[in-house]
Design a protein around this ligand. Structure first.
Ligand SMILES: *[C@@H]1O[C@H](CO)[C@@H](O)[C@H](O)[C@H]1NC(C)=O
Ligand SMILES: *[C@@H]1O[C@H](CO)[C@@H](O)[C@H](O)[C@H]1NC(C)=O
Ligand SMILES: *[C@@H]1O[C@H](CO)[C@@H](O)[C@H](O)[C@H]1NC(C)=O
Ligand SMILES: *[C@@H]1O[C@H](CO)[C@@H](O)[C@H](O)[C@H]1NC(C)=O
Ligand SMILES: *[C@@H]1O[C@H](CO)[C@@H](O)[C@H](O)[C@H]1NC(C)=O
Ligand SMILES: *[C@@H]1O[C@H](CO)[C@@H](O)[C@H](O)[C@H]1NC(C)=O
Ligand SMILES: *[C@@H]1O[C@H](CO)[C@@H](O)[C@H](O)[C@H]1NC(C)=O
Ligand SMILES: *[C@@H]1O[C@H](CO)[C@@H](O)[C@H](O)[C@H]1NC(C)=O
Ligand SMILES: *[C@@H]1O[C@H](CO)[C@@H](O)[C@H](O)[C@H]1NC(C)=O
Ligand SMILES: *[C@@H]1O[C@H](CO)[C@@H](O)[C@H](O)[C@H]1NC(C)=O
Length: 408
């Protein structure tokens, strides 16, 4: 197998032959689909020479192709890539096949943009191929001082999609990003399936998927284990459906932190279902700054069929978030983010702290229409029983819940 990949990496002709016998549609003469193989643009799979120029060349030709569909093809092999931006708009639908490994520079400052690999202003893009993005983050994690330094210099994330519509990522693995793995900003009609994201549980800020200002997204069948949020949902998102996530280690599926900046927008329409959290610090979390300046709405959320395995804080709403002593000075801090219409249904498993259900809403904007049903969370320790902590919550409990002393 390895030797075949080697041949495939070196010889485009072999690839043509391969496609011909496997009857993949690649005939450039029929005006329909055309394959732009990076080897034809002097790409080198030696893991050392930079392929930025080769990949950009293949992308630009694929992007200008006027047939129905063009494919950028990166075969098996290890391709070193310093940084790249694949920009549209393009004339056809594009499939971006990563079959091999893309290797990032070890030195984070070699990357002069916010993310290592960026797709922007593109419609109808599919990124697929079973390949690997290796961020080589272990070399830069010691440089990350963001836990102590509020004005820390962010390290590049692995891959970004900005202003991308009608597109999907399917069957890609992202490993050891320097900071987060996938950053989605202002995407629309965007799906993520069959993706695996891996970084050690103690690696700093290695969020799995970060989403901001986006709408109509589906994320399903993904396996995410990192040192930060498996999925982080920031402000301005509408209509996200998330299912079949295996999350852990990591900080769970998190909405927020919201409310810190003035221009923030609402988060409306989130469904998370049929998912497992294993050994995470949080499960389902919504977090807003106590010291908030924006008055936004978080609403129409539904969490359903969720299995928690040894999760520290399975269900959390924290509207008193104020890290690094920022609320120590005198003041009456109370978040202005309104949380409304949040349903939790059929959530079971084990918590490693007693307060398995912890809903701390804002004094000035209490949570409304919080519905809890069929919750069964068990505390794994020996020093007491599972408890619920609820403050400033209005809602209902139509189904049996354990812990049950939440008082709403
Ligand atoms: C490589 O480039 C040549 C010359 O432009 C072209 O004829 C051929 O179709 C290309 N092959 C691939 C695999 O893209
Ligand atoms: C791109 O694909 C969409 C379906 O996903 C199709 O409607 C559209 O016609 C295709 N575009 C071109 C240029 O063929
Ligand atoms: C992209 O896909 C959308 C939805 O399928 C379609 O309406 C649009 O025409 C496509 N764009 C192009 C350039 O093919
Ligand atoms: C690369 O492509 C080949 C041929 O399509 C496929 O058999 C193989 O599984 C792919 N490699 C990966 C890592 O998906
Ligand atoms: C915080 O990070 C910035 C940017 O890298 C740096 O200039 C500054 O010296 C750091 N501050 C501290 C206290 O380390
Ligand atoms: C995303 O998934 C949804 C639901 O499965 C589907 O209706 C939609 O067409 C998909 N969109 C893309 C761009 O793949
Ligand atoms: C889920 O994704 C994995 C790749 O991570 C893939 O092998 C598997 O077929 C997918 N399952 C479904 C039901 O799509
Ligand atoms: C609530 O959110 C879901 C997606 O999670 C969406 O499908 C539905 O249309 C939204 N309902 C309203 C009333 O906005
Ligand atoms: C949860 O994680 C532990 C430790 O990584 C592992 O041994 C166990 O099999 C996982 N459980 C499930 C149900 O995935
Ligand atoms: C703090 O805010 C609450 C609600 O906004 C108000 O009722 C209360 O008087 C304030 N307390 C102080 C000390 O300002």
């Amino acid at each position: 197998m390895a030797s075949m990949f080697l041949i495939m990496c070196v010889s485009p002709l072999f690839f043509f032959f391969f496609l011909a016998v496997s009857s993949a549609p690649t005939n450039e003469l029929d005006g329909g689909e055309k394959v732009f193989d990076v080897r034809n643009y002097s790409a080198r799979c030696d893991g050392q020479r930079d392929n930025t120029f080769a990949f950009t060349g293949a992308w630009n030709d694929a992007c200008q192709w006027t047939g129905e569909r063009s494919t950028v093809y990166i075969p098996a092999g290890i391709f070193y890539l310093r940084q790249v931006t694949f920009a549209g708009p393009c004339k056809s639908n594009i499939t971006f096949v990563i079959n091999g490994t893309l290797l990032a520079p070890r030195n984070p400052y070699a990357i002069k943009q916010k993310e290592w690999i960026v797709f922007k202003y593109v419609d109808n893009l599919t990124v697929t191929g079973g390949g690997l993005l290796d961020g080589q983050g272990s070399y830069s994690w010691p440089l990350n001082d963001c836990s102590k330094n509020a004005s820390c210099r962010p390290l590049p994330m692995n891959m970004a999609f900005e202003f991308v519509r009608f597109s999907r990522i399917d069957g890609i693995t992202s490993l050891n990003s320097k900071m987060g793995h996938f950053n989605l900003f202002s995407v629309e009609n965007f799906n993520i399936t069959g993706v695996t994201i891996t970084a050690p549980g103690d690696s700093p800020n290695t969020d799995g998927i970060k989403i901001g200002r986006s709408k109509d997204m589906h994320i399903s069948n993904v396996t995410i284990g990192t040192g930060d949020d498996c999925i982080a949902i920031l402000d301005g998102n509408t209509n996200l459906e998330i299912s079949n996530v295996r999350c852990g280690p990591g900080h769970g599926i998190s909405v927020g932190s919201l409310g810190r900046y003035k221009a923030e927008k609402n988060v409306e329409g989130l469904t998370v279902r049929n998912s497992v959290f294993n050994g995470t610090t949080n499960g389902l979390r919504i977090k807003t700054w106590a010291k908030s300046v924006s008055q936004t709405l978080v609403s129409n959320f539904s969490y359903e069929n969720i299995h928690m395995i040894n999760v520290k804080n399975p269900i959390v709403i924290d509207q008193q978030y104020c890290p690094n002593g920022q609320c120590d000075s005198h003041g009456n801090y109370s978040s202005h983010v309104q949380i409304k219409d949040v349903k939790y249904n059929n959530i079971w498993g084990t918590s490693t702290t007693k307060a398995a259900l912890n809903i701390q809403c804002s004094k000035s904007c209490p949570c409304q229409d919080v519905v809890l049903s069929d919750i069964n969370l068990v505390y794994k320790g020996r020093d007491g029983l599972v408890t619920a902590l609820c403050e400033n919550v209005v809602g209902s409990v139509p189904g049996k819940i354990v812990p049950g002393d939440c008082g709403i």
